[in-house]
Design a protein around this ligand. Structure first.
Ligand SMILES: C[S@@+](CC[C@H](N)C(=O)[O-])C[C@H]1O[C@@H](n2cnc3c(N)ncnc32)[C@H](O)[C@@H]1O
Length: 317
């Protein structure tokens, strides 16, 4: 028999099958959209109304189990918007199925954590802290009699601005330590998404404008202009090592750090977990080391074992 040729009836037949398939696919899409919309109370015009309190608490539990982050005070809308994004990405239409999926899929648990973290940061954030580091603490480290390589930890580093600010400041304050020692900077975060951006070290827009306003001196000496953006210079990157770390777990190094920046992250945890995190951090610090926290954070509700130095700055005895 001759090879198949595309006769008119066959073409019509194929056209019919394709049209049927498309209709079927469309029906599936509509069905999934409807289930999702019902579960998440999303209206057809894309407006977001509140998810149920029950689903909100399930998601809050899920995020807590995988990060320790306490989302309790967040609005349903916030939870819903971020959850919707993940449901779409993994093409799961039921929130219950998604919750079960996260618990058996480490990659998706990481995506969920990435989606629920808040990563706001900037270079040299909170001027009085950087003045203290530049004028008091770094010179003290540079002048201590036994030369030892200083070690700093940016413990919730987000997209890297805090760690690179430490490196830029070190370049100015520690031009040459005995034996050419330069500070080492460990920079960690639970979000792999921000860590990728941090390691890239390329900044533009608002962050660079803010940097120009607070430290106009460093832009030329510590960055290289590239395609309308600014890339952190190799010399500034070199001392910084980025890694994933969950603050709810034991600190990666003990009795190691002269300075720990634990800024604008404690607010995301319950008081019990804040105590646990701070105790882990204190164990990672050398005696005489300094801990800096954020302006809206406090250690006054428990005995951290640290001495108060100035607002948001503490020292390990
Ligand atoms: C608001 S940013 C603060 C960044 C920077 N420290 C500052 O003050 O500008 C908070 C960061 O904490 C991180 N984070 C939240 N939970 C964490 C956890 N359990 N372990 C480590 N990092 C966490 C988030 O991913 C986010 O990048």
């Amino acid at each position: 028999m001759a090879a198949w040729s595309c006769s008119a009836p066959l073409a019509i037949g194929r056209g019919f099958v394709e049209a049927f398939n498309q209709l079927f696919h469309l029906r599936q899409l509509i069905k999934e959209h409807t289930v999702l919309a019902q579960q998440l109370s999303v209206s057809d015009d894309g407006d977001v109304s509140d998810i149920s309190q029950e689903l909100k608490s399930d998601v809050i539990d899920l995020v807590y189990r995988h990060s320790g982050i306490h989302l309790g005070d967040l609005t349903c809308q916030f939870v819903q918007t971020r959850l919707r994004r993940r449901l779409r990405a993994v093409e799961i239409s039921s929130a219950d199925d998604y919750i079960a999926f996260v618990d058996r899929n480490a990659d998706e648990a990481q995506h969920l954590v990435n989606a629920f973290t808040t990563n706001e940061t900037c270079f040299f954030r909170t001027k009085p802290l950087w003045t203290f580091l530049e004028e008091t603490f770094f010179p003290e480290l540079a002048n201590r009699p036994a030369a030892r390589m200083p070690s700093f930890w940016s413990a919730a580093c987000s997209t890297g601005e805090e760690a690179y600010s430490l490196s830029m400041l070190s370049k100015h304050v520690f031009p040459v330590l005995p034996g050419n020692l330069r500070p080492r900077i460990l920079a960690t975060d639970i979000s792999t998404e921000v860590l990728e951006k941090a390691a890239e070290g390329v900044y533009s827009g608002r962050n660079i404008n803010r940097l120009k306003a607070v430290r106009p001196d460093v832009l030329d000496s510590c960055f290289e202009a590239r395609d309308g953006a600014f890339e952190v210079a190799a010399e500034i990157r070199k001392p910084v090592q980025f890694a994933r770390h969950n603050l709810m777990e034991k600190a990666p190094q003990q009795d190691a750090h002269d300075l720990v920046m634990l800024r604008n992250v404690l607010i995301y945890f319950s008081q019990d977990d804040q105590m646990k995190i701070v105790r882990n951090i204190v164990a990672s610090m050398r005696s005489g080391g300094v801990l800096a926290i954020g302006e809206s954070e406090s250690l006054s509700f428990f005995d951290s074992g640290l001495d108060y130095v100035q607002p948001f700055v503490y020292r390990k005895p």
